[in-house]
Design a protein around this ligand. Structure first.
Ligand SMILES: Cc1cc2nc3c(=O)[nH]c(=O)nc-3n(C[C@H](O)[C@H](O)[C@H](O)COP(=O)(O)O)c2cc1C
Length: 417
């Protein structure tokens, strides 16, 4: 008797062709509070909306013949060689996927790019560097100086090859669409209470069930070190957030101090993330940073801050010759990357795009996102008739009048007396 193995004809191809498709799959797969935490912006969402919308205002003027057969997008940024100008921005990916940042790091390593690891991450810096990814450890200004140094030492000992100091956070509360619920810890009672939200997401439950782990919502990289040098248990997300909230905000002297400490501990690049103003970019340069990211924290910080892409050119013009300017916020396709590089960014960092890929298909989903962006960059380079991202200039982009926002300059100060 001939046995025919029937394939399920409706089985979804896990590969996706665009970041938008990955986002739709993430939305379908994740419990509402987890998906909500990924897309959230602060307040009325003006900034998170503008981050993406601003890219739509920028255009191209493609050639019809004479394009190059070979096109290159490999570059050097933050002292590292990367195969494309797209880096992983640090995010706490609690509860998106059981492999969390380890899966993201493996994907970054597989695709030859830098992994930014959040201090609020669900996996430890040791687990992440063990993947072989070029790991930049990200820190907020939280805890006292001794604690900051201890955390730097731990990241260095684990093999981190750079530090990202993220200082743009103003503790805004209140989102017009409601904040997602984040439980203090995931115990049985929480599971029962949140059951209606997760029971309809069998794939997500299955992934966590298979891994034998439930999302624990702790911050292992912020575990305290005892007097004898041993590492204590990881604080809950809320304990960690409370420490951060109650730490006095940093001064520019603190930034210079942080940079100096990292230089002594590691000697690898120090990146300041969250710069929006030209005057702050100049101060960052004076504080000796190796790189900065023009960023508004993906629209999660002070709502009303312009889209990150609007602030890139004025900042790159001011300090781009002295240090690496990267940007993050609103990158959803390869052509967005090309626009940002043309306007002066050395590379971009992505946040939500890879989180959606992770939710949709784990490590392979993050690789898929990086491949989608790579394909889009290549296509845009071809259309523009350039053979390398190094050839890109602002003239390759159609920029409407009043697009750029030069914050913290005499021009804006005069416009806003
Ligand atoms: C869910 C989520 C968590 C984030 N957590 C952090 C973090 O822990 N540290 C940090 O420096 N930035 C964090 N960010 C900001 C990202 O690093 C990045 O600036 C932002 O996501 C870029 O915008 P995009 O999501 O439009 O790409 C987070 C962003 C999101 C969406």
């Amino acid at each position: 008797m001939l046995l025919v193995k029937l394939e399920n004809p409706w089985k979804q191809n896990p590969w996706f062709e665009s970041v938008a498709v990955a986002q739709r799959r993430a939305r379908k797969r994740l419990p509402a509070p987890v998906y909500g935490a990924l897309v959230a912006g602060s307040e009325r969402g003006q900034t998170v909306g503008d981050n993406e919308a601003a890219f739509r205002e920028l255009g191209f003027a493609p050639h019809v013949a004479g394009q190059h057969t070979e096109r290159s997008m490999a570059t050097t940024v933050l002292g590292r060689e990367v195969s494309l100008p797209v880096l992983i921005s640090p995010t706490g990916v609690q509860a998106v996927h059981p492999d969390g940042e380890v899966a993201v790091a493996r994907a970054a390593a597989a695709r030859g790019t830098i992994m930014g690891l959040s201090n609020f991450a669900s996996k430890s810096v040791e687990e992440v560097t063990a993947t072989g990814a070029m790991t930049f450890f990200q820190m907020y200004w939280t805890g006292d100086r001794e604690v900051v140094v201890q955390r730097m030492q731990r990241a260095h000992a684990a093999g981190a090859v750079g530090l990202i100091a993220t200082l743009d956070w103003s503790f805004s509360v209140g989102r017009d669409w409601g904040s997602p619920e984040i439980p203090e810890k995931v115990d049985l009672r929480t599971m029962v209470r949140m059951a209606p939200k997760v029971i309809t997401k069998p794939r997500w439950l299955y992934e966590f069930g298979r891994s034998g782990e439930i999302p624990d919502l702790t911050a292992p990289n912020l575990a305290p070190r005892g007097a004898d040098g041993t590492l204590g248990s990881a604080p809950t997300f809320f304990t960690a957030y409370y420490e951060w909230m109650t730490t006095p905000p940093p001064s520019w002297e603190d930034v210079a101090w942080m940079r100096e400490q990292w230089a002594q501990i590691s000697g690898t690049p120090f990146v300041l993330k969250g710069v929006c103003r030209v005057d702050d970019a100049l101060r960052a340069r004076d504080a000796g940073v190796a790189a900065l990211s023009v960023s508004n924290h993906g629209g999660n910080n002070l709502d009303g801050t312009p889209a990150a892409i609007r602030m890139v050119k004025p900042i790159a013009d001011a300090v781009g010759h002295d240090l690496d300017v990267v940007m993050d916020g609103g990158i959803r396709r390869g052509s967005d990357v090309v626009k940002a590089v043309a306007l002066g960014a050395r590379a971009v960092m992505i946040g939500r795009a890879y989180l959606w890929g992770l939710a949709a298909n784990g490590q392979a989903g993050v690789e898929n996102v990086l491949d989608v962006l790579r394909g889009g960059i290549d296509s845009a380079l071809m259309g523009l008739g350039v053979s390398s991202i190094d050839e890109l200039t602002p003239d390759h982009v159609l920029v409407p009048a009043s697009f750029h926002r030069a914050l913290g300059t005499e021009a804006t100060d005069a416009a806003n007396p």
